[in-house]
Design a protein around this ligand. Sequence first.
Ligand code: URA
Length: 238
Amino acid sequence: MAKAKKAKPLPIGRILQNQGFGTRAYCYALIESGDVLVNGEPCVNPDAFFDLNGLHWQIGEQTWRYREHVYLLMNKPAPYECSQKPQHHLSVLSILPPELRARDVQCVGRLDVDTTGLLLLSDDGQFIHKNTSPKKNVDKVYHATCAQALTDEMLNALKTGVLLHDENETLKAVDARVLSDVGENVLELTLREGKYHQVKRMVAAAGNHVEKLHRVRVGEFSLPADLTVGEWVFLELG
Ligand code: URA
C-alpha cells in the first residue's frame, strides 16, 4: 500500500476528474449544474479548492469519499473473467461502477472463469505486487469440491509435492485438509504461489478432480460470510 502523503488542496473539478467521474469538461459541468454537494454543502464552483483529507461529496443518492487508491474485496461470481479484455464472458470489472473502472482498477491475481470467491481489486501497484508476488509468501486458501472423497494418500501428495506437466519442480501445498463437516470430498487447500490452474492441476496430479472451486482467503483478507456472490465492498486501508 502506498504511504499516505500530505496532499495539498485541489480544485473540486479536478478532484472529481482524478477520482474517475469523467472528463474535465464533464466534471466541471456537473458541479456547475448544482448536482454535487461537497462536504455536505452545495458547491457550484468547480475551481473551489478543497482539502483532500476527509473530503466527501454527494451526487444524487450516493456519497463518495476521496480515496488516493481504492482497495476492493469481491465475492467473484461465475462465469466471469478476471481480465480487462475478456474473451468469452463478462469481466469482473463490469460489475464495478464506471467511476471505479475509470480509475484503472485491476484484479489482484486471477481466478478462473468458473472459480468463485475472494477476489481483491485495486489501482495501487504496490498493493497488487505485495499480494501476488511469489516472493511475498501470501497464503491463498481455497475450498475445492472434488469428484471423489479425498484419501490420506492424496492429502500427503498435495503436502509433500506433486509434479505438474510443464513445471520443473514439484509444487506443494502449505496445507491440505478435508472439510469433513461439509463433505469427505471437500478439500481446503492453502497455496503460496498462484500458477495457472494451480489448484485444479495439483488435485488432478494427486489423483482427483476439482468440480467446484471457491477462494476464501488471501493473506490477511477473508471472505466475509455475509458478502453474497457478485457483491463487493471497499476495504478501508488507506
Ligand atoms: N487454482 C485454480 O486451479 N483455479 C483458480 O481459479 C485459482 C487457483
